[in-house]
Write a protein that binds this ligand. Structure first.
Ligand code: SAM
Length: 443
């Protein structure tokens, strides 16, 4: 039996479950989201690495990506609901469809009749048996009818982490701190811009606000490329926290090596600050993005495509190493990360960071400065790397940040390093998680 529209709700065009039409927008969007989350969970792909079907047009492409992101963000809570309402655990492919339904119903406030009918049709189209389609129909109708009070009682922050992720959160930030971070990660991130100059003026022009650290923050930006100042390269997209490591540099004076530079956010900051920049990254396609970003903003840097572990052509007054990491500070933008970056990936990445640090240090001239940063929430990749490097490198002197260096002492650790968290600035939309430390080489 189909679920009826409530008063005031416009009925979606109803697909015939026997001959599902995957071209209808409501099915095409849900089908594309299903393909995205399946590839992410089965192959560990990031959501934006998988191309959406070409047949999906305009706003439907954005709807499919939004739906996939929401499912990945709320997947733990969705599984709790499925397990509460299903007497027997569903097959993985059936669970995938149910997750979409639960998130549409409980998080996105979609009308029950459209969600249930569409997802049952999608199950038919995917050659699921009549039994499975009936099961999906029954569970989703129950969730629509009885789910709200159960959903309201779930500990969504806790369920958003895997068992390993939660263990690490507790170890690194304590139970209460870990839950605060996880809760903040359930919100989507605002759009932050780094402007070449006059943040206040750009905030007014774009209808945004200036963050305490000088980025321009927009909450309802629309298409980035249509915003004033994009074509003329007056600004670039960069989270407020991501803009801070390059601002730990001393006043521009000479040559800087930006290691692991692509897509070039920090390269542009350093070039705009007046440094003579060499930007190095090992990825050819990502270096093309650095080139395009520099062209758009009219900034200049020497571009080198090479491995930072072995490139040894010069020494520099400043080396900034933005090391490859688990990116667990960017979960708000990439909610698939907790499901795709487990302990094995974190161990591999921290081993790479441990090798990159001395390689970067070897490029620092006498009297020069190293800045190391990661967009990670794990101490293994941040605080622990700093401590290990400083104790193993006799000619490196830690240069702590002043507690008011960025105008907000909450951003600076007791040791004088940068540590931002998604749970900071809750009243204005949070920030990504970053760690950075600074060291100087003896003259
Ligand atoms: C966190 S991203 C850098 C973001 C960039 N600094 C920015 O601000 O826009 C890490 C980068 O490290 C690069 N990378 C990974 N391993 C590398 C290596 N061995 N040598 C050079 N680059 C590497 C990746 O291609 C990726 O672009």
């Amino acid at each position: 039996m189909a679920v009826k529209p409530k008063a005031g709700q416009k009925a979606e065009q109803k697909p015939d479950p026997k001959t599902p039409d995957l071209k209808s927008p409501q099915l095409a969007v849900r089908n594309a989201a299903l393909q995205l989350i399946t590839a992410t969970l089965e192959e560990g792909e990031m959501l934006d690495e998988r191309a959406l079907p070409k047949s999906l047009q305009g706003a439907d492409r954005a709807r499919a990506m939004t739906l996939a992101k929401q499912v990945m963000r709320w997947i733990g809570s969705a599984d709790q609901m499925i397990d509460k309402f299903a007497n027997t655990p569903p097959r993985e492919d059936v669970r995938m469809i149910l997750r979409i339904g639960v998130v549409e119903l409980m998080v996105m406030g979609e009308a029950a009749f459209g969600v249930v009918d569409s997802l049952v049709s999608l199950a038919h189209a995917g050659q699921h048996t009549t039994l499975a389609s009936g099961f999906i129909n029954a569970i989703l109708r129950k969730v629509a009818k009885e789910g709200a009070p159960i959903w309201a009682k779930l500990n969504h922050a806790r369920h958003s982490a895997t068992e390993d992720g939660w263990r690490r959160m507790k170890t690194d930030w304590g139970k209460a701190g870990g839950l605060r971070i996880l809760k903040a990660q359930l919100d989507d991130a605002p759009l932050d811009l780094t402007v070449k100059s006059d943040a206040a003026d750009w905030a007014t022009r774009l209808g945004g606000a200036v963050t305490p650290t000088g980025s321009v923050r927009l909450t309802r930006p629309g298409a980035v490329t249509s915003l004033e100042g994009y074509e003329t390269g007056e600004w670039w997209v960069q989270d407020a926290a991501a803009a801070l490591p390059a601002r730990m540099a001393p006043p521009a004076n000479g040559k800087v090596l930006d290691l692991c530079a692509a897509p070039g956010g920090k390269t542009m900051q350093l070039a705009a600050a007046g440094w003579d920049v060499t930007a190095l990254d090992s990825s050819v396609p990502r270096m093309r993005r650095v080139e395009a970003n520099l062209k758009r903003t009219g900034l200049t840097a020497r571009l080198v495509t090479a491995d930072a572990l072995t490139w040894a052509e010069d020494t520099f007054d400043l080396v900034l190493l933005d090391a490859p990491c688990s990116a667990t500070g960017t979960v708000r933008r990439h909610p698939e990360l907790p499901s795709t970056r487990g302990e094995a990936e974190i161990a591999t990445l921290s081993a790479l960071q441990k090798k990159l640090l001395p390689a970067a240090w070897a490029r620092v001239a006498q009297g020069g400065t190293l800045i190391y940063c990661v967009c990670s929430m794990t101490k293994t990749e941040g605080e622990d790397q700093a401590a290990a490097f400083l104790s193993a490198t006799p000619d490196a002197t830690h240069v702590p940040l002043q507690s008011d260096e960025f105008g907000d002492p909450d951003l600076v650790t007791e040791e004088g390093d940068l540590r931002t968290k998604p749970s900071l600035w809750p009243e204005i939309g949070g920030m990504d998680g970053f760690f950075a430390f600074r060291a100087q080489r003896s003259a």
